[in-house]
Design a protein. Sequence first.
Lengths: 353, 429
Amino acid sequence: MRHAFLAAILACAVALATVSADNTKPILVPKKVELPAKNFTQDLVEGIKFEMVYVPGGEYVMGSPDSEAGRGNDEGPQHKVALKPFWIAKWEVSWDEYDSFWKNESLAQPSKDPPFNTVADALTRPTNPYVPEDYKHGREGFPAICMSHHAAMMYCHWLRVVTKRGYRLPTEAEWEYACRAGSPDAFSFGNDASRIGDFAQFKDNSPDEDHAKGTTAKCGSKKPNAYGIHDMHGNVSEWVIDHYDAGFYSKCATKPLSLQPVVKLTDKKWSHVVRGGSFKDPATLCRSAARRSSDAKWMYKDPQSPRSIWWLTNMDQIGFRIVLPVEEQLDLLDLKPMVVKKAEHDPIVDEDK
Amino acid sequence: MTDSKTRRDFMKAAGAVAVAASVVPTVHAAGTDVIKVGLIGCGGRGRGAAQDCLKADKSIQVTAVADVFLDRAQGFAKSLKEGGFKDRVDIGDRVFGGLDAYQKLIASGVDFVILATPPGFRPTHLEAAITAGKHVFTEKPVAVDAPGIRKVLALVEVAKSKNIAVVAGTQRRHQKSYQEVYKRIQNGDIGDIVGGRCAWNNAGIWFNKREANVTDVVYQLKNWYHFVWLCGDHIVEQHVHNLDVINWFIGQHPVRATGMGGRIGGHSARPNGESKEVGNIFDHFAVEYEYGNKVGIASYCRHYPGPGDVSEMVVGTKGTIRTASGGFFTINGKEIYSAEQDNKDTSPYVLEHVDMINSIKAGKPLNELQAVAESTMTAIMGRMSTYTGESLTWDKALASKLDTMPANLSLDMELPVPPVSMPGKTKFV
């Protein structure tokens, strides 16, 4: 096992192919990032920047023990995971960053009517949403919300083109590792849920005068964890790469050590994992190990068919953050958005259930 | 949904009154409770509406589809036949294309039609469907100009006399949360309404560029939102939802509109160019509506980047009600219907079909045509006032002779597009 892990670490630098802004010639993103092993600031466009926190590689126990209060059945069995170093965004992708992508008029918007685009990884930007995408939560400096998993993937795709670096969503294993920041407890700050208000925008501290049911907080306004990463336990729940597989932990647990585990992406629109609590969630759902699966119901108020592949109509508590692996794991080298618009993506939802 | 009624009962309920043999469709499955539905307009909303209708009631069967573009009708027929509802799809060769596709569909033996084409065609389609005695689910708006509204208003009584249901896609009237708010208003919880506002402000909508070698009419149909004769402008096509809520809450239509607005252009939802290439609609309107007793409503709609707002507010002598997309229903700032419950409720896009089908089965068909025609006319009056810069009364606006539908429309004809209106210069017709 250890040998395989080392082999993966030592795999020579292969370039990641992705698509350039004009959709024609592939551009190359280096497989390995040649930057010092410390935090850095990434310039995006027009003065917009974001900060990346260095997370050293290592091993940890993923999932929660049976004894953890408020635990979901899919959080076990616990299993040992090994990860290589990566950078993770200091906080969630803000509207400032996301707007520079989806409002970028030099990028094509795909057709809303048949024939739909059949090339999922052509660099495109989301179609305009039917109702305002920020659902009256904060904008400048606040986390972007309501985007689909595919839209988050496409944002990363665009980011790779703009920055020439291999940005992507975190794997579920990376996310939990970064969230724990070395802590085996329910939260990165220990087991005392009463302290969560210092670290997270969650159900009990998120209402304000204009949002009786809670709202997002400015990115980074709560205390960070031991790695210096903010908002992992709260603010908005975050997309990770993985498809949701309730049995995946059991498979991992059959091995003494899982190397960079990930449930590989397909062209299916549903379901993926979101991690971390949100401004709507009670403390138990903000725990480091808590998992949630996306669901077609998150779009059931979209009156069009096929439904959007870009926007969630019923989930204003979903956002995402990005990672940059120091050296990309081999099974994610071909990572790209894969969802295309088609009717089969929208299973019949019996809303009365 | 359980249903013990037979198809025969259903057809009886549909109107023993005026259904002559030539009008009653051949009973497709005698002794069953099947309701045969045809879809006219297979775009995103039409495809969605057909599925919402299938979800609403197990007696629904889709038996025909029509679209001006045959390939689009064929495409949807295929996805219905292969999709999750395939057991309740019996389309056979009833797939129709062309500008007269709606007539073929109405004559194909359906009981119930869904009208979901661009709204410019709606009055003609409503007339054909209602005259033929079909139950109609009509998307909003129901017209784009006053002659169209006059035609629709004349159909209200025809539909009643034929005992057919006409339900409109102003789905907030079927949304439980909005119904609760309406109940509170009826109950006098905010006293008498003295004013309010409503808005649909967001970044705008899709724009389809002209492809090479397509005729004027084909291009305009494929980019229909941007042409007044097809869409009515965004105040009519989209903001009608909010105006409809206001009319519903106040219980009447306005008597006057005074508007201002224009086309800023230069953004993805309204590119700059010749009107023939980019359309001739505005991207912002601010209209003051006056209702009886001098009640004033400020209405805003915007299609360029800026703060988003899709909401309604009415101020009464005893309190203020606010309602908004995304779940926000308050009296004096206090929630009266929870956003969580609103999110859990059956989608209003399905409920509108549930309510319609139940009313048909109960023999008391819903007829929403008058209300949706008035809400549509409210928006058209606001648009005409804004386009011309004139303050307009309801009666003057409703008497307008401006007929936007091109005469002798054909897919291959040349069709010039009037320039974008210029308030103060564009004359009221």
